[in-house]
Design a protein around this ligand. Structure first.
Ligand code: PMP
Length: 433
């Protein structure tokens, strides 16, 4: 909703504000952040493992040596030294890129905004996995683009489902502009796109004249030593790749990037300049120094080990405590497990009772543009300790027991189904990360 009858500006808002939805669950998250609540809701990296004292000394030195540059306006494309580092990072995923084609953004969230702004007119269709990242759905909706979900399974987006979606959207006379996909350690599904599906998807989109928007903030946070080849490494001309330092270093710095085909890159720089003038020079220089002066690859290894332990704690607790008929994904990296409850549960309706029982999660409906996801929820294991995760899942199981008692008394309601989701009439709502 854009306002209420007491809002004197109501008649003056642009039509696109209709796509900016308030979240019914936002108020609950204020409660969920209280220390007594185990929050399995947010996707916050566990920054306690960063070398904070050393970083402080390095930043102090940066200000003393280069403060006049760090605190000044800068280039709309981002500083060259950071763009060079970014190319080296992307090389780990098989991407060969030139710093000229990289645009630094205020987090990859800003990159999502800029790409949508450049490509989408109201009514244009963006294809996206079912489920998909809530923050991207919010951005797409704010530009009045329509999201059509494409089914995915434990191995990510299904190429056959993609081909069928392209055909049926076209048959309905609508224009498809982008395929938005999160191939690695998906938010919220926790799945990874099978390597053999990647060229198939790249080819389907190229042949159909649809640009691929590959969003990959978690790619280096795999729990095995496998690094998956980016779709961008298969098709440099038709794929726009988004990266971020939020999950591998620090989200508070708000630095992400876009690697785009040359022509798109020029439009992105103009859009970046009109939105922010330039991404923060200070933060870019801090990250460039971090990448030069610190062993950032070891830091990522530390994060990976930490998150793998927490993933194990969560999967073990789900195995021990979830009611019969519950299924969940088995992430090999990233932050999230996607849980599907048996028929009849409504995770959005249940959330207030969960928060009262001192555990929080994100209801599945947040991750669909079309009302699916009623009996799904996203659990994140990145922030709480393994002990807290186990306690949180135990509390959640208690809430589910209570729900089953209610259902036995009053009956259940769930009907439609989807490969990784199920229904509800509510709208997408913002995530905490
Ligand atoms: N894409 C995905 C899939 C994400 O999970 C997130 C953060 N939750 C973002 C983009 C935005 O990240 P940031 O703006 O912090 O780089």
């Amino acid at each position: 909703m854009t306002g209420n009858s007491l809002d004197p500006h109501l008649a003056r808002y642009a039509a696109r504000t209709d796509g900016m939805r308030a979240s019914a669950i936002r108020a609950l998250f204020a409660v969920a952040n209280r220390p007594e609540v185990v929050s399995l809701a947010g996707g916050m990296p566990y920054l306690e493992s960063l070398p904070l004292a050393e970083l402080a000394a390095d930043v102090a030195q940066m200000i003393a040596q280069d403060g006049r540059v760090a605190l000044q306006y800068g280039s709309g494309q981002g500083i060259l030294e950071l763009r060079e580092h970014i190319c080296q990072i992307m090389a780990l995923e098989g991407i060969s890129a030139h710093p000229d084609d990289v645009v630094v953004t205020v987090g990859s969230q800003m990159a999502l905004d800029l790409v949508t702004r450049i490509f989408c007119d109201p009514g244009d269709v963006i294809l996206a996995e079912a489920p998909s990242y809530v923050g991207a759905l919010g951005t797409f909706s704010s530009y009045q683009a329509q999201v059509v979900h494409v089914d995915s399974d434990e191995d990510g987006l299904l190429p056959d489902a993609l081909a069928a979606a392209i055909e049926s959207v076209r048959a309905s006379g609508r224009r498809i502009k982008l395929l938005y996909t999160i191939p690695n350690f998906h938010n919220p599904a926790g799945t990874t796109l099978a390597v053999e599906r990647r060229p198939q998807i790249a080819e389907l989109c190229r042949d159909a004249g649809i640009t691929v928007l590959e969003d990959n903030p978690y790619g280096l946070l795999g729990f095995s030593d496998t690094i998956y080849p980016a779709i961008r490494s298969i098709d440099a001309e038709n794929v726009i790749y988004l990266g971020s330092f939020s999950k591998t270093f620090a989200p508070g710095l708000r630095i992400g990037w876009v690697l785009a085909p040359h022509a798109v890159r020029e439009k992105l720089v103009l859009a970046n300049e009109s939105a922010t003038l330039n991404p923060p020079v200070f933060n870019q220089m801090m990250i460039a120094r971090y990448l030069s002066n610190f062993d950032w690859q070891s830091q990522i290894k530390t994060y990976r080990q930490l998150y793998a332990e927490r993933r194990d704690a969560m999967l073990g607790a789900l195995e021990a405590h979830m009611p019969e008929g519950t299924t969940w994904t088995h992430p090999d990296g990233g932050f999230y497990v996607w849980v599907t409850l048996p028929d009849g549960f409504d995770t959005a309706a249940m959330l207030p009772r969960a928060v009262t029982a001192r555990v929080a999660y994100v209801p599945g409906t947040a991750f669909y543009a079309d009302g699916f996801g009623t009996r799904q929820m996203r659990l994140s294991y990145c922030y709480p300790t393994p002990e807290r995760i186990v306690e949180g899942v135990r509390r959640l199981a208690g809430v589910l027991d209570g729900e089953q008692d209610i259902m036995r008394t009053f009956g259940s309601s769930s009907t439609r189904r989807r490969s990784l989701g199920a229904p509800s009439p509510s709208s997408p709502s913002p995530d905490t990360a």
